[in-house]
Write a protein that binds this ligand. Structure first.
Ligand SMILES: [Zn+2]
Length: 686
């Protein structure tokens, strides 16, 4: 039965491009769900947009010396493009800087204000006198009162997910100047969450939300058990939506107040474009509202936004909030600032036309019930062992053999064997099997069921071996190929939510559009024949191709480079040594020299025996540089030599002096070179 669905995906924050963690956590599952709901003939509004307000954008703009608008324009375009590239089928992708959003959010605030749903309060807030501004949200860092994380932000601790007020932080520090903030009085509007606590408890804990994912239900229960407190929904900032009431000059709405309203304004924008009425999508009891988010957003979507909607009074509440846990990358937390990520534009550059491989890998290994790890080895294995070896192999055999034996025309079957009948019956069961997983938001399981249908096809062909029978049992071969083509056709339709690009290609190869009536998702469960005899298919192409070890190694090398750069950035500059006087310095006799010869010291890894022309003489110096340089590389090199260092024996060779070196962050040695200006050996360095 057809139903109306409003499906939202977390608004990506517009201070950078998006990476695989975002895709795995929110956008791929949301898209699978939206596509599946459309395929099963529901009325769907799949809504998203850029979240363009809030403090991090203003911080980034300040750092780059540009306006916040320039930052959001830049990343809105990049993010929107990534979604299109990966086949995320939003019905509308809007942005919170849009006029319709400013109007909608203002109106929403005014409605609550007029209903006396806010508490207006002058209170002391953190203030940075040097920067001359209040320290809201990410402008302040301190210790989380709940978990002790020392780098918690003013509005939320990323470590434990708790949402709090900036004044709750222990040892707060300004993120702008590093100063300890003072307290200064300012007026704000608070949403009295405590007033909604009872309703939220009834709705979530005693209501019908037991079917929410356990991580979501558990977090909500913990907050509700702790008791809710009023939360300020306005800020002293100059970037955002102005607070639309008297006495609020210089104040804007808290980004987490306006962002979820972005779902509503994006729906309105879409409805105008499509000539529809937006209200049933948000106000009709029969509409199912589903929010796809990451686990860091649970409090906003399960506590604060529902409290806002309830306070407004005319809106429906979410039916489900299937939040995912986090995806890690090669064992480490994804991090924008540490460049520990796979950025979507980079992925497409390295793996053009392989969007489905990433969608599939991220789904098969989705962080649904716990944090999960993305590894390039797993990515390669999913592609080579599943998409290529199972799905691709089956389709290729069916298409190639149909073309080879019958010129691409679906053959007429004769009597079905018991195995044929069972196989045809099994195909019919697949839509329901996949649906039952999707209805419970188990996308990993659903994707594996899809792969099981391809497995079924592979096994059927391997058992029946049409290539052995084709010369001797013409009628039987035709029947086998007919059955295999039915599996291929079911795969073309059922793969659409998971592998949309592949599905389109496969439908093209099987010429679905030339059918009198192309089978829908539901038809597969009821119809015995999806591709009728005499239907012409095309020659087709390979759906997937093997990913080589070298391609995987290249990705691992990229990550290794990020790791090294991070380590280098972390490396502490050693403090200055004790002061010396000029007489001390004068004692050091440093000269320009040239390395005339070099040989490796036997049985050592590090040592080279060098012959160095110091201008004074040609002497032997033993130097620990063999791991950074070959002998050929150093012969002829101009170097700086400390010549009056007391000689000492290294492995039985007397070293008469020292060549000055430094070391890069990556541990490579570098010569401290005299400028190459034709300086002669023996010149003094002072
Ligand atoms: Zn915390």
């Amino acid at each position: 039965m057809s139903k109306r669905y409003t499906i939202t995906a977390a608004l990506p924050y517009t201070n950078g491009p998006i990476h695989i963690g975002h895709l795995a956590g929110v956008y791929v599952p949301a898209d699978i769900y939206a596509r599946y709901k459309r395929l099963t003939e529901n009325d769907v509004a799949f809504i998203c947009g850029s979240d363009e307000h809030g403090v991090p954008i203003t911080i980034k703009a300040k750092k780059e010396g540009v306006t916040p608008q320039e930052i959001v324009d830049r990343y809105h375009a990049i993010i929107k493009q990534s979604f299109e590239d990966f086949g995320i089928t939003f019905d509308n992708y809007s942005r919170t800087s849009a006029k319709i959003h400013h109007e909608t959010a203002s109106e929403f605030f005014k409605t609550l204000y007029n209903k006396n749903e806010f508490v207006e309060e002058v209170s002391e807030q953190l203030y940075d006198a040097e920067a001359n501004q209040f320290l809201a949200d990410r402008f302040v860092v301190g210790t989380c009162p709940k978990c002790g994380n020392e780098e918690s932000y003013g509005d939320q601790c990323e470590s434990c997910g708790t949402s709090h007020n900036a004044t709750d932080l222990i040892n707060p520090k300004s993120a702008i100047t590093g100063n300890v903030p003072s307290l200064k009085e300012t007026k704000h509007w608070f949403l009295p969450l405590n007033k909604h606590e009872q309703f939220l408890k009834e709705w979530i804990l005693y209501g019908d939300k037991k079917d929410w994912k356990s991580n979501v239900y558990g977090q909500c229960k913990s907050w509700l058990d702790d008791g809710l407190r009023p939360r300020a929904v306005t800020r002293d900032l100059d970037w955002g939506i102005s607070v639309p009431v008297p006495g609020a000059e210089g104040k804007v709405l808290y980004v987490w107040f306006d962002a979820p309203i972005g779902y509503i304004s994006a729906t309105k924008e879409w409805a105008v474009r499509e000539n529809k009425d937006w209200e049933p999508y948000w106000k009709d009891e029969n509409t199912k509202l589903v929010h796809f988010i990451g686990k860091d957003n649970i409090v906003f979507h399960c506590i604060i936004f529902p409290a806002m909607l309830k306070a407004e009074g005319s809106y429906i509440l979410p039916d489900n909030v299937p939040a995912n846990e986090f995806l890690n990358l090669e064992g480490n937390k994804l991090s924008t600032s540490k460049n520990w990520a796979v950025w979507l534009p980079d992925y497409l550059q390295d793996f053009p036309d392989k969007q489905d491989v990433l969608r599939y890998t991220l789904t098969a290994n989705a962080p649904e019930t716990k944090d999960n790890d993305f590894t390039w080895a797993d990515f390669q294995a999913r592609n080579n062992n599943e998409l290529v070896a199972i799905f691709g192999n089956f389709i290729n055999r069916v298409v190639v053999l149909t073309n080879k034996y019958y010129g691409g025309i679906v053959p007429t079957p004769s009597d079905f064997s018991k195995v044929d009948e069972e196989t045809l019956a099994t195909i019919k069961a697949f839509p329901n099997v996949i649906e039952s997983s999707l209805e419970r938001y188990r996308f990993r399981e659903a994707s594996q069921e899809l792969m099981n249908l391809a497995r079924l096809g592979n096994k059927y062909l391997a058992d029946e071996e049409p290539w052995k029978l084709v010369k001797t049992e013409e009628a039987r071969t035709k029947t086998i190929m007919f059955v295999a083509l039915q599996i291929a056709s079911a795969l073309a339709t059922l793969s659409e939510p998971f592998l949309p690009f592949t599905s389109t290609k496969l439908k093209g190869m099987l010429c679905h559009s030339a059918l009198d009536a192309e089978s829908t998702w539901r038809d597969i469960a009821t119809k015995k024949i999806l591709l009728p005899a005499n239907h012409q298919i095309e020659k087709g192409d390979l759906l997937f191709s093997k990913i080589e070890d070298s391609e995987i190694q290249a990705q691992l090398n990229k990550l290794e480079a990020s790791k090294k750069a991070n380590e280098a950035a972390k490396k502490v500059v050693e403090p200055q040594k004790e002061t010396i006087n000029f007489d001390n310095f004068k004692k050091l006799d440093m000269r320009v020299g040239t390395i005339l010869n070099a040989e490796k010291m036997a049985k050592t890894k590090k040592l080279l025996i060098l012959k160095v022309d110091t201008g004074i003489d040609v002497r032997t110096i033993v130097s620990g540089i063999a791991e950074s340089f070959t002998t050929e590389e150093v012969i002829g090199k101009k170097v700086t030599v400390l010549v009056n260092l007391a000689p000492r024996a290294l492995r039985g060779v007397e070293s008469q002096g020292m060549i000055l070196m430094t070391e890069t962050a990556e541990g490579k040695l570098v010569f401290v070179n005299p400028d190459d200006a034709g300086v002669g050996n023996g010149l003094t360095i002072s």
